[in-house]
Ligand binder design. Structure first.
Ligand code: FDA
Ligand code: NAD
Length: 434
């Protein structure tokens, strides 16, 4: 049995940034262990659906280990060693007993901790979860971990010019769809909702991106549900086509599926209070069990700017900041001190082709879109503001500079009152006055 003062379960984004944060507080050798199912040290997961898929100079490890995206050290395995951190890779925690403060790994090792940080992230929703016929065929790719991205990349190389169907019109669908197209594949994106990115975009915003994709030769099948994957007769497991619910058959050489993620909570279910599909935590990411914290995709935390409404965020910025908050809270408590509770401004972003958007705040209320027609004709910036109770609560911007993006974040943070929505149509000029 080994024993550590701190253990982080999960070596993803939060695992990597947690390690960095601990080192800022004078971590002693042997105090911290990170246990990760993945074979590689923590890395910036967003690269997998973007730079990793580039046809030229694709991003590869060790280029994007945490915490390069946040301006921190590049966490190669040697960095963990130098900092006295035990990084147990390719090791899955298969049992957790929070009462006795012990974890058991798939290698049969028992690990004791004084303080535990759960950072197990989310796993993909699989077509098999819906019992879709043909969902077990070869040639269906999901993308969550580096191993998945490597397999997809290999398929792209092997099937040059192939027909690929991307199932799902969310983040993965948009980003991987663009990556496949850049590699010269014949891409069709299918999704059941009436427009792309339904979790965030309005129809007007989505239509800008749909038009852009179509101009790149990507076929976009809105409002269409994939019902079955049909395999070649006599060649079991080889995909022939995707049969849509309306009966149409779309030929495909392989598929990429991005139909959402589910927080990986199974290990601790029944031992912790749950909310929003994750673990309920307080403003310092403490769960219902003493000495147990949960961060990143699995944490349902009180969103201060929304009067403490419990919120779960599946995005990288929150993964980084939530674990930093948890570590700072742990260290402050050890000194008998406290820190202000987490005051998070939701921040999402994406990059595809030459496009790049950011969103800050909340997407509730009326939406005022500005600059879209000009952006369609001439390219460049366009944006949107969400107005709720006469306050601007959310801000979106395509193709902004870092300074423009900062303005958007300030608008969403300050929540300015507006009498008439007309003034929002001035776009960046409105933000600059706040
Ligand atoms: P994360 O998933 O990063 O890490 C969890 C780790 O825990 C994994 O290494 C996993 O193997 C491990 N684990 C799970 N169970 C375990 C067990 N029992 N034992 C041991 N280890 C275990 N967000 C964004 O804002 N902008 C973006 O552009 C993108 N892009 C993007 C692309 C792709 C392909 C994905 C999949 C996701 C994104 N995201 C994103 C989302 C973002 O990456 C995500 O929110 C963070 O990675 C969450 O960080 P966590 O540390 O919570 O989980
Ligand atoms: P998502 O929730 O963004 O999108 C899921 C999409 O799947 C929906 O929009 C819908 O179009 C589609 N869908 C749902 N059920 C379906 C069904 N039965 N058949 C066909 N389509 C269906 O999830 P995702 O795109 O899979 O992303 C997975 C995770 O990775 C999320 O946590 C996401 O936040 C994260 N991610 C984030 C970014 C980013 O922030 N830029 C990029 C990539 C991934």
């Amino acid at each position: 049995m080994s024993s550590f003062k701190y253990v982080i379960v999960g070596g993803g984004v939060a695992g990597g940034y947690g390690a960095w944060e601990f080192t800022k507080h004078g971590l002693q050798p042997g105090e911290l262990a990170i246990i990760s199912k993945e074979k590689v040290a923590p890395y910036e997961r967003p690269a997998l659906s973007k730079g990793y898929l580039f046809p030229e100079n694709p991003a590869r490890l060790p280029g994007f280990h945490t915490c390069v995206g946040g301006g921190g050290p590049k966490g190669l395995p040697e960095w963990y060693k130098e900092n006295g951190i035990e990084l147990k890779l390719d090791t899955e925690v298969v049992k957790a007993d929070l009462k006795s403060k012990t974890l058991t790994t798939d290698k049969g090792e028992t690990i004791k901790y004084e303080k535990l940080i759960i950072a197990t992230g989310a796993g993909v929703i699989n077509l098999k979860d819906f019992k879709m016929p043909g969902a077990d065929a070869d040639g269906i790719y999901y993308i969550r971990e580096e191993e998945d991205a490597a397999k997809l990349y290999e398929a792209m190389q092997k099937h040059k010019g192939a027909k690929v169907i991307v199932v799902g019109g969310g983040y993965i669908g948009c980003e991987v769809g663009a990556g496949l197209s850049l590699n010269g594949l014949d891409v069709t994106i299918v999704y059941p909702e009436p427009h792309l990115m339904p979790r965030l975009f309005t129809p007007e915003i989505a239509s800008f991106y749909e038009g852009y994709y179509e101009a790149k030769g990507i076929k976009v099948f809105r409002g269409r549900l994939a019902a079955a994957i049909v395999q070649h007769d006599g060649q079991p497991n080889k995909i022939q086509c995707v049969r849509m619910k309306d009966g149409e058959e779309l030929p495909a050489d392989f598929l990429v599926v991005g139909i959402g993620a589910r927080p990986r909570v199974g290990l601790f279910e029944g031992q912790l209070e749950m909310a929003k599909g994750g673990f309920k935590v307080d403003g310092n990411f403490k769960t219902s069990e003493p000495d147990v914290y949960a961060v990143g995709d699995v944490a349902a935390f009180p969103l201060k700017m929304k009067d403490g409404e419990l919120t779960r965020v599946e995005h990288v910025d929150n993964a980084r900041k939530s674990v930093m908050q948890a570590v700072q809270a742990i260290k402050a408590e050890e000194k008998g001190e406290s820190i202000p509770e987490y005051d998070y401004l939701p921040y999402f972003y994406s990059r595809v082709f030459k496009l790049s958007w950011v969103f800050y705040g909340e997407n509730v209320g009326d939406v005022v879109v500005w600059g879209r027609e000009e952006a369609i004709k001439e390219g460049g910036k366009f944006g949107a503001y969400w107005v709720n109770d006469k306050k601007v609560v959310g801000a979106f911007l395509e193709s902004g500079t870092p300074d423009d993006n900062k303005l958007m974040s300030e608008v969403a943070r300050k929540r300015p009152s507006v009498e008439s929505q007309e003034e929002l149509k001035s776009g960046l000029a409105f933000a600059a006055k706040i």
